[in-house]
Write a protein that binds this ligand. Sequence first.
Ligand code: ADP
Ligand code: ADP
Length: 232
Amino acid sequence: MITLENVSKSFLSRTGNVTALDGVSLDVPAGAALGVVGPAGAGKSTLARCVSLQERPDAGVVRLDGLNTATLDTRSLRATRRQIGFVGGEAQLFKQRTAAGNIALPLEQSGVDGPRRRARVGRLLDLIGLTEKAAAYPDDLTEGQRRRVAVARALVGEPGLLLADDPTANLDADGTAGVLAVLDRARAELGVTLLVTTQDNSVVRRICDDVALLDGGKLLEHGNLFNLLRDP
Ligand code: ADP
Ligand code: ADP
């Protein structure tokens, strides 16, 4: 489903040219859960942003379901982006909207009618275990609950792919467990392909079956978690 072919990306910073991704090639089959690990600055977020089409590689190709995303015009790019759910390490909810209102937002923007919105939002509230909090405002939720709402919002457009960029950053053990359970359910019940970046190996152990190790923008290891642990 996702194929990266020799993807490179650099940024110009005050200290010079920074290579965030350096010739990364990678396959993520449909339905897989891939954990992307590596130290801070390894290129994990850049990889996630290239796959979610928020960033364009300098070189190389990102294919989604075989489609070469470099060849898309602005309109198709926008349509393809809508097929991809993205959630970052901060929930970034609208404080003036309820949990349900935040989840419903992408549906309102794409003109989905009220009854269908309600049904879809209701299903996602159930998936994230926050049905009773539908009418709660972000300030009255815990950070872990807010992250779960952000995951629901990312899923409400029924994307085939969910990218979670450091989804458990700065959460306590309970918050982490809650977010991971939701990501796992999204995969099991909605069939999404999952790509999760993290510095926390236990996140990978708990919800991923494949792992990719990045360092200095280079892909050092990639494979099935079980096999990598067995054959170090
Ligand atoms: P990670 O997510 O593994 O911490 P990133 O992908 O965020 O790594 O960053 C990889 C490298 O690229 C770092 O050196 C970072 O400073 C640099 N970088 C990432 N995004 C930008 C940007 N928008 N502008 C300048 N430098 C960037
Ligand atoms: P806000 O005040 O944040 O705008 P609303 O109550 O207007 O929130 O709801 C926004 C959206 O969320 C609407 O599309 C509505 O259908 C949906 N919604 C609200 N409450 C629920 C609920 N309990 N279950 C499912 N969907 C809901």
